[in-house]
Design a binder for this molecule. Structure first.
Ligand code: AMP
Ligand code: MG
Length: 284
């Protein structure tokens, strides 16, 4: 009887939830615990600051300034740029944070889509300019966990435009279940059970694309050719404690393809991956 009374009287844990449009995508933040409101506010501030800093469309962003040969990153921004370049080396260039001119040529920034001709592509490939689009949402996930550590919160689940960042465990002590989207439809092909501070990041050819002359051109480009990768992969999901690494690797593994991607996984200790192939095969 006492037990049931106690359970009946247990105060419901405070929670805070917010959806916002940031970095050209919808983000959903859900946090539980005493400081949930303050933590939510701090996360929102950080996300808007990141957007302001790394935006490709805002001429006042640090990224735009850097690409004009101006601007000076602070210590934290410099560290992020260096980490991106480390991931560039780790993936043998498959993740390339300096593809700005090539991405712009295809119209992926202003949605004025077009297929560039080979000479234009060759020129754009020679010019280096920053595009952190393949890594900034993952970085936001990593910074989120560092912010949440500073508050009294028990758990959080953040959907940063398809990049999922977990924190803690579900209220009943079980793992979070994160769905992997079916590239061909609305549903999920399966779920991943994760707990603690973990990033689950997917790069897919269905996320951003256009169709011209019956051909589909998606947004993940081979840095060697500047052309959308076509290697039988529909999507790659990476699970990693470091969101920045997860995001860079999901893009890189997509570019590298199944065989080279598996080799990178075999010699790494810090991530797991799921490949969805166009023929329906799943490699986990
Ligand atoms: P993601 O969705 O994380 O795979 O990132 C894709 C975005 O990153 C694209 O929309 C481009 O802005 C940019 N991008 C495309 N190809 C690459 C690449 N090979 N390496 C780094 N960034 C890329
Ligand atoms: Mg990525």
């Amino acid at each position: 009887l006492i037990l049931s009374l106690l359970v009946g009287c247990a105060p419901k844990e405070a929670s805070a939830q917010k959806s916002l449009f940031c970095m050209d995508t919808v983000m959903d933040l859900q946090i539980w615990g005493k400081d949930c409101q303050e933590a939510l506010q701090a996360l929102e501030t950080m996300l808007l600051e990141l957007e302001k800093t790394w935006s490709v469309s805002d001429h006042n962003s640090l990224l735009s300034a850097l690409n004009r040969g101006e601007g000076k990153p602070n210590g934290e921004q410099q560290a992020f740029m260096e980490k991106a370049m480390e991931l560039h080396s780790r993936t043998n260039g498959a993740f390339d944070p300096k593809l700005h001119h090539v991405v712009a040529l295809w119209g992926f920034y202003d949605k004025n889509y077009r297929v560039p001709d080979p000479q234009e592509l060759a020129l754009a490939l020679q010019e280096e300019a920053w595009d952190m689009g393949a890594v900034v949402k993952g970085y936001a996930g990593l910074l989120s966990t560092q912010i949440l550590d500073r508050y009294e919160v028990s758990r959080a689940i953040l959907n940063l435009g398809g990049n999922i960042q977990t924190y803690g465990q579900k209220a009943d002590g079980t793992d979070w279940n994160i769905g992997i989207q079916d590239p061909a439809g609305e549903g999920y092909v399966g779920t991943l059970a994760v707990s603690g501070a973990m990033a689950v990041v997917t790069s897919g050819d269905y996320q951003r694309y256009f169709i011209e002359d019956d051909r589909l051109y998606h947004h993940i480009l081979d840095p060697k050719t500047g052309i959308p990768v076509n290697n039988g992969i529909n999507s790659v999901t990476v699970i990693c404690a470091d969101g920045t690494v997860a995001d860079a690797l999901s893009t890189a593994l997509f570019v590298m393809g199944l065989e080279d991607g598996l080799r990178l996984w075999q010699r790494s200790e810090d991530f797991e991956a799921v490949f969805l192939m166009k023929n329906g095969t799943i490699y986990a």
